[in-house]
Design a protein around this ligand. Structure first.
Ligand code: ADP
Ligand code: MG
Length: 331
């Protein structure tokens, strides 16, 4: 890995006790296309009642298979979309109560890194302009110096500012995206599958970088991935999502050492990295009519332990040990 120069120290934390993010009962529904003109448009709950807290220095991982609502949750936290129900507070300020102007001011505390290192960097612009983009709202005078600083923090050279994205590899592009996210010295970076598009060897470098930045910069992540091994590497806390709901949460090391929810166990069994030599086992896709019947545990149709009660009554997410919650009748 290239040498990296640390950025100048982050500003002192003003709100150490206030959670960075506090989400309460978030629901986001999408209308699906009508199957026929005379039928009502069906809706799905992409996020179906999610609450969590992120504390400074305790990065939160969101893990779950494709389609479980992770990116929707990220968009809600970034205030790119509004929840249909529930509320989100960022550094104690209710996002729904902020004026557009206040929201823009708040944005500097919150940056995002996306999955696709090719699509997320405008190919027509030089790296310097791309990395400086979040400063546009601030009108910073020391733009060049801050771009150089951010590039060095991610292991690139200040001279790279004069190049175009196509001159870089996928891993380097993701470093550029991280430099852009860092440039406002945000308290929180929402990273949605930040290494999923990279080769495994490059993944480790980018994850190492993100972890180092957490320690050096005091940046905290909301780190989203379908890959449990990746989440485990970066985050202190984890929430496991299934069909729009959190089914288990707690300190990452504990959750993965001793999963409480059968879905977490299934995810863990499907990860090759954790059990040397074992091949990835595919968890079966949920049946299309898994929601039919309603009322019961959303995981019941796939759960090896499901009994009559599970199909009749949805288990609530509840505290089952210090710092640990699970939504399962049998925990
Ligand atoms: P993940 O990131 O975990 O793969 P998403 O949040 O992207 O999951 O999607 C959750 C569910 O919501 C999926 O069923 C997806 O098809 C649906 N969905 C996401 N965004 C939209 C949208 N803009 N319109 C309609 N459905 C959507
Ligand atoms: Mg996604």
């Amino acid at each position: 890995m290239t040498e990296r120069a640390p950025l100048s120290p982050p500003p002192p934390a003003a709100h150490d006790e206030v959670p960075l993010v506090e989400a309460e009962g978030l629901v986001k529904r999408y209308r699906l296309p009508r199957s026929a003109p005379w039928r009502p448009a069906p809706a799905i709950e992409a996020v179906a009642g999610v609450s969590f807290r992120i504390r400074r220095g305790r990065s939160l991982g969101i893990v779950g298979e494709s389609g479980c609502g992770k990116s929707t949750l990220a968009r809600l936290v970034m205030a790119l979309e509004r929840p249909d129900e529930g509320r989100i507070a960022l550094l104690g300020a209710d996002l729904a109560a902020l004026s557009p102007r206040e929201l823009r001011a708040h944005r500097r505390h919150l940056q995002m890194v996306f999955q696709d290192p090719y699509g997320s960097l405008d190919p027509r612009h030089k790296v310097g302009r791309i990395v400086a983009e979040p400063l546009r709202l601030e009108g910073a005078a020391d733009r060049r110096a801050r771009v150089a600083e951010a590039l060095e923090a991610v292991g690139l050279k200040p001279a790279d500012a004069a190049k175009y994205p196509h001159e870089f590899s996928g891993g380097q592009r993701q470093r550029i995206a991280i430099a852009r996210a860092l440039i406002t010295r945000p308290a929180l970076i929402v990273a949605d599958e930040p290494v999923s598009a990279l080769d495994v060897s490059v993944q480790a470098q980018v994850l190492n970088l993100m972890r180092a930045l957490e320690a050096e910069q005091g940046v905290t992540y909301l780190f989203i991935s379908h890959d449990l091994a990746v989440v485990q590497y970066v985050t202190a806390e984890v929430a496991v999502m299934y069909r729009g709901r959190i089914v288990e949460s707690g300190p990452t090391a504990e959750v993965f050492a001793a999963p409480l929810h059968p879905y977490t166990s299934a995810l863990k069994d499907a990860v090759p990295g954790l059990v040397p030599g074992r091949r990835r086992r595919r968890t079966p896709a949920p049946p299309a009519d898994a929601d039919a019947g309603g009322g019961g545990c959303p995981f019941a149709p796939r759960c090896p332990r499901a009994e009559a009660r599970c199909r009749a009554e949805a288990p609530a997410l509840r505290g089952v040990a210090p710092g640990r919650e699970a939504a399962c009748h049998f925990v």
